[in-house]
Design a binder for this molecule. Structure first.
Ligand code: ADP
Ligand code: MG
Length: 406
């Protein structure tokens, strides 16, 4: 049950403790509700969530935590909200929810979830929600490709669940948040980010079939291997709507191949249709077909503890994203090369860019007792070669969104 209480222990503890103190200081009373929702990292299966493929993410021990308390104020039905990270205040009027506006503001991500909840609950019940003071803080890097946006949406939905007493189905909740991102942030994302933040389990990756929306939890014990996340701290703003372009190129290639879904396309089909595709369409298609295969193999490798195999699949995925899908950048390539240079002898199994690309993070599979040493090496080399400080942290698979006892 996503609304089970969680203890203060673990990496969420500090965040919740700080937030509770800030809330209490600012509002002269403690919060009545606290909820948290994690960001995510995708181990493999990139740019195929919108191509009917599989993805293999885990929720990470980085969260958006929200604290709130009702306000006894006659006539007002406003949620006044503070983002601690941005040190900004804004409000959402429950009687007049915000309309989508671009570029999206953080209030929009939350407002989109409020709107989804309103249609789910019905206007009548929604109108009984109280005026609230709300404050939130996050330790998911914002805009770093670890899905701070989905964490914010899912945390907001979890808050509305506890406040209203209406518990959504887990899938329903994830889809409601995805819809908010589509409508209010203008990002036509797949289902991975919100599903990860809702369905995360400790000690398991999630093999998510983006066609059937079924999840299979793949147990992962980190006694021997760890997942290291490296934030390149760059984000290249590309003018040409790269994401929409990739989607269009894939759709057009699929049509020419004559298949209904990428899941029905084998590498043999791809080769026999090569002449009907443009060079770019062929490259994009080759990424999609090969990445779907790699992701299925990766789940098997995790289940049988074949870390070398998993590592090789990760390198192959990066190569495909770099050359066939062309969504990497020199900083991500450099981070992967530095990790690869450490090699098996130094404890590294594999590494790749993760997330949408053009900046953001890499994910590296590494022997657990080498995490500190290798992190320092990557940090140092990256700084030396491109002058930028990377942030590195290891994370276990984390539990999905939940309430935290006050
Ligand atoms: P990512 O999801 O990869 O972190 P996005 O660009 O999708 O990057 O989402 C980032 C946006 O989400 C921010 O620009 C902001 O609007 C919103 N957001 C996420 N976390 C916070 C936060 N802690 N405070 C305010 N806004 C946040
Ligand atoms: Mg996002």
């Amino acid at each position: 049950n996503s609304l089970e209480n969680s203890s203060y222990d673990g990496p969420l503890g500090d965040l919740v403790h700080r937030l509770t103190q800030s809330f209490t200081t600012e509002h002269s009373r403690p919060p009545q509700w606290i909820v948290a929702a994690p960001g995510r990292v995708n181990l493999i299966g990139e740019h195929i969530d919108y191509n009917d493929g599989y993805v293999l993410p885990m929720a990470i021990e980085r969260y958006v935590a929200i604290a709130a308390a009702p306000r006894a104020e006659k006539g007002s039905r406003v949620a006044s909200i503070r983002s601690v990270n941005l040190n900004e205040c804004d409000q959402i009027d429950l009687d007049e929810l915000p309309k989508p506006s671009l570029p999206p503001k953080w209030t929009g991500y939350m407002g989109g979830v409020f709107a989804g909840f309103q249609s789910r609950m019905g206007a009548e019940k929604f109108s009984q929600l109280p005026a609230m003071d709300v404050m939130f803080e996050s330790n998911v890097p914002i805009g770093g490709g670890l899905s701070s946006s989905a964490a914010l949406e899912v945390a907001t939905a979890t808050l509305l669940e506890v406040v209203s007493g209406i518990t959504l189905g887990l899938e329903e909740k994830a889809l409601l948040c995805q819809q908010a991102e589509h409508d209010f942030a203008g990002v036509p994302c797949g289902i991975m980010d919100q599903f990860s933040s809702v369905f995360g389990q400790q000690n398991a990756f999630m093999l998510l079939d983006c066609r059937s929306q079924q999840i299979r939890h793949v147990p992962f014990s980190s006694d021997h291997v760890s997942v290291l996340i490296t934030n390149s701290n760059v984000k290249h703003e590309l003018s040409g709507g790269e994401y929409a372009q990739r989607r269009a190129q894939c759709d057009s290639a699929l049509k020419k191949i004559g298949a209904a879904s990428w899941r029905d396309v084998t590498s043999g089909d791809l080769e026999s249709n090569k002449s009907s595709l443009s060079e770019i369409e062929y490259s994009r298609a080759r990424h999609v077909v090969s990445e779907i295969e790699r992701t299925q193999k990766a789940a098997v490798a995790i289940e049988s503890g074949q870390w070398e195999t998993l590592g090789e699949l990760m390198y192959a995925s990066h190569h495909s994203l770099q050359h066939d899908y062309e969504v990497s950048c020199c900083e991500l390539d450099l981070l992967v090369e530095i990790a690869r240079g450490v090699g098996r002898a130094g404890g590294v199994y594999g590494s790749r860019m993760t997330g949408g690309g053009f900046g953001g993070c890499t994910v590296t599979l590494i022997e657990s007792d080498k995490v500190v040493e290798v992190s320092e090496h990557i940090q140092k080399q990256y700084k030396k070669q491109c002058g930028i400080d990377a942030q590195l942290f290891a994370s276990l698979p984390a539990k999905g969104a939940h309430t935290v006892s006050c």
